[in-house]
Design a protein around this ligand. Structure first.
Ligand code: ADP
Ligand code: ZN
Length: 781
């Protein structure tokens, strides 16, 4: 601090006096809608003691001082200088909705995903919690001490009924509602109201949750004896747990290697410390089987699935926040469960695309989970039979870096270590199923009947059924026909709002767009040339179902896809029927590929493995490998063993070859060089800017100017990078909007993000043009 000669007649106060005079208690507030803030507000004295970061507040916004609710994210004594700040109007929440660590996590997300904090908070806090769903305000009465004394001394002058009610209330061990008091004192509500009017009782309003805890009766299960691989995996996790340090562990275990059993043991230890665990699974894996498995091992489990009502979700959230829950099992958003003493995060099937949110904020639960685990000093366990190449690459880099220094270029993000645990065997020495391909090219030439099932697959199904086994058939496309074309004029039935062909759904005789759900009646003749022989081609699950029913008459068949599984609970009912053996053949989309454990399944058929292979997507090969491996893992889980038949036009493709041999390392070795060459993940971070508008030219103009600025800003960072585009998106028109994108990648992800943020912050909005930025995108359509 600089000293200043004191003078006798100082006109201006010393600088530090000025600070002291104008320093005020301020709250930083952000909003869900634009303008997102943050803005500073004054905290009026009466609110100062109650307001904390993480609570919502009502504040005046804009010229008209429109009252609006926002999140208070920080409170500080600030020198406000010449600024006149508006005051906070009212505090909305009694308690903060976010703990300080969760608030820091939200800040990290806002920074990483280039998304306003207000939007992040709206995602972190469930709607049911924000709306206090399933709660009611109730009034509770109690007797103040002074009145209590008068009552005891017999100096209180009130009517007999009021006196009786007062006595009852004073004797009660807890405050009572007016109704409860009237009932207990055997009077009407009138004397109670009279007591309140005379201020002889104090009234307090509290919010009460109405949900009742439903005690589930579950069958307790005993421990299994872990095998050597499981034991080693457990020890690794426990070491980090006991030292209370963060470590990310990738459990690469083949399907049926007993990964879940290891999670359960680690969680048991966490619970002994009085801490809580969060287990994330893909939504589709939240089957009764999974629930039963956790419920049978732990006393207090919260299962967060998408069919919960707002009230149920709020109730669970409160239970979790109060430390009443030991284990939270849920889909993507369960990563935000407000556990007060987190001990462990597990992400099962960590490669699954459902962990990435498809809308703003486009977060990935794996990356958010890692950030959270690291900030709270707890281990993160990732499990998969087919890890994402991002995780796999980190694991192999970590091995290398402990052996010798890995050369890295100057600006690249620092390596993020990850420990690999290998579980290459199934439990109890069960063999992995034998997988074989059926070459559709030769099948196609020799095939007598037109259909989706080859002769060899038909025979295999016959054998499996004769052996009293069950069959799973995967076809990753729903509907009946997938291509509707006029052979006379070439017309193709397309969605009027999207750039996509319509799919025929025969049961309802309609054609449907699978992106925007537009539907119209199936055309009997060509809408263009009126030719009446319009052709329906291509196979979806609905058509496969009728083919299977025709081929295997009398055999119970069940189709599982998003058309047949719309009602809540239908998925569970279907799986139950399959488990009980009422259904012999289960067919469906990728919905059936995940996590199911049916010992009696002896045959898995993949109808067409190429559907995902030739997608315009950098991860097409990875997705195909994952899907085939995962669905193959559904068989051979019992004593009967099992086999897998994969129909494909590309039997020599490395993704299919590696899946057949259950050889993840081979797949990774074949795929990684091209990723490196194109500067794609896992060698670089990816950011995608998407612009859309009802006007094709407006969207194009906007993206061109944005791309030029992005190019300049990234070049100025002097980092290795690639910028692709601007170009029309692979689906150029979607839901009536024309779409363009720019794809940027760099090994220096942090600097790339900075460059993009600077440009986005300055982008002038144009009427009718929207843009979104997707950091670490998975979907490139
Ligand atoms: P993953 O999660 O790797 O697919 P699971 O943990 O679901 O494997 O185990 C597959 C099956 O093996 C389950 O039915 C499970 O109960 C059983 N299992 C797991 N560990 C053991 C063990 N040590 N001994 C016997 N059975 C086991
Ligand atoms: Zn459409």
């Amino acid at each position: 601090m600089s000293s200043r000669q004191p003078t006798l007649f100082d006109a201006a106060p010393d600088p530090w006096e000025l600070d002291a005079a104008t320093e005020q208690l301020t709250a930083e507030v952000v909003f869900f809608d634009p303008p997102h803030g943050p803005f500073d507000y004054l905290v009026p004295a009466p609110l100062a003691a109650r307001l904390r970061p993480g609570q919502r507040v009502q504040v005046p916004l804009g010229r008209g001082n429109r009252p609006i609710v926002g999140y208070c994210t920080a409170i500080a004594a600030k020198s406000v200088g010449q600024r006149t700040l508006k005051p906070v109007g009212r505090i909305v929440d009694d308690q903060p909705l976010l703990s300080p660590p969760m608030l820091r996590l939200a800040h990290w997300m806002s920074d990483h995903y280039l998304c306003p904090l207000g939007q992040i908070l709206q995602t972190v806090i469930p709607a049911g919690v924000r709306g206090q769903a399933g709660t009611r305000e109730m009034t509770f009465l109690s007797v103040p001490d002074a009145i209590r004394a008068q009552l005891a001394a017999g100096t209180l002058k009130v009517g007999a009924k009021q006196h009786e009610a007062l006595k009852v209330l004073a004797a009660s061990s807890r405050p009572l509602t007016p109704q409860e008091l009237a009932q207990a004192a055997r009077c009407t509500l009138a004397p109670v109201a009279e007591l309140r009017k005379k201020k002889l009782v104090t009234a307090q309003v509290r919010r009460i949750q109405q949900m009742e805890a439903l005690e589930q009766v579950v069958h307790r299960e005993d421990h299994l004896v872990l095998n050597a691989d499981q034991q080693a995996a457990l020890e690794t996790i426990l070491a980090a747990l006991r030292e209370q340090r963060h470590e990310t562990v990738l459990m690469h275990g083949v399907t049926g290697s007993g990964k879940t059993e290891v999670y359960i043991r680690a969680i048991e230890e966490v619970i002994q410390y009085g801490r809580q665990a969060i287990v994330l699974v893909p939504e589709i894996s939240l089957t009764p089987q999974t629930r039963q498995r956790f419920r049978s091992r732990f006393e207090r489990v919260a299962l967060l699935h998408s069919h919960l009502s707002d009230s149920e979700r709020h109730w669970h959230w409160q239970q979790i926040a109060q430390g009443q829950v030991q284990v939270v099992v849920g889909a993507r958003s369960a990563v935000f469960a407000p556990t007060p003493h987190l001990g462990l995060i597990v992400i099962d099937e960590e490669h699954d695309a459902s962990f990435k949110q498809g809308e703003q904020p486009r977060y990935h639960a794996r990356d958010v989970g890692e950030q959270r685990a690291s900030a709270e000093n707890v281990p993160l366990v990732l499990g998969s039979a087919t890890p994402s190449l991002e995780s796999w690459h980190r694991a192999s880099r970590s091995v290398l870096s402990t052996q010798h220094a890995v050369p890295s270029n100057e600006h690249a993000d620092p390596p993020n270590p990850l420990r690999l645990i290998d579980m290459p065997r199934r439990v109890e020495d069960r063999p992995l199923p034998a997988v074989a391909t059926i070459d559709l090219r030769t099948e196609f030439q020799s095939r007598a009947s037109r259909g989706a099932v080859s002769r060899s697959l038909h025979r295999a199904i016959d054998e499996a059924l004769a052996d009293d086994g069950q069959v799973i058939l995967l076809l990753n496309r729903r509907g009946y026909s997938t291509h509707i074309q006029c052979p006379a004029c070439g017309f193709v039935a397309k969605c009027p709002h999207c750039d996509l062909s319509l799919k025929h759904h025969r049961k309802e005789e309609k054609v449907v767009c699978h992106y925007c759900d537009h539907e119209e009646p199936s055309p009997a003749r060509c809408p263009d040339c009126s030719f009446d022989g319009i052709r329906y081609a291509g196979f979806g699950t609905e058509r496969l179902e009728s083919e299977i029913k025709a081929r295997f008459p009398g055999v119970e068949v069940l189709r599982m896809d998003s058309d047949t599984m719309q009602r809540p609970g239908s998925h569970e009912q279907a799986l139950d029927r399959f488990r009980r053996g009422e259904v012999k053949i289960l067919l469906g989309t990728q919905m059936i590929a995940k996590g199911l454990d049916f010992p009696n399944v002896t045959l898995v058929g993949v109808i067409n493995a190429d559907l995902t292979l030739h997608f315009a997507d950098l991860r097409a090969a990875e997705r195909t490998f994952q899907l085939v491996t995962q669905v193959a893992g559904r068989t051979g889980r019992g004593d009967k063993g099992g086999r897998v038949l994969v129909q494909t036009f590309s039997p020599d493709h490395y993704a299919i070859q590696a899946a057949i041999e259950h050889d993840y390392a081979r797949f990774a070795a074949a795929e990684l060089p091209s990723r490196r060459e194109h500067l794609y993940p896992p060698f670089a971070s990816l950011i995608r800017l998407i612009v859309r508008s009802e006007s094709d030219s407006a969207a194009e103009q906007f993206i061109e100017s944005a791309a030029a600025r992005l190019r300049a800003a990234i070049a100025a960072k002097k980092i290795e990078h690639r910028l692709l585009g601007p170009a029309p998106c692979p689906i150029h028109k979607l839901r009536g909007m024309f779409r363009y994108h720019v794809l940027m990648s760099s090994p220096a992800g942090e600097l790339l993000r900075h460059a993009v943020r600077d440009v986005l912050d300055d982008l002038e909005p144009i009427e009718g043009v929207q843009w979104v930025v997707d950091v670490d995108p998975l979907d490139l359509l």
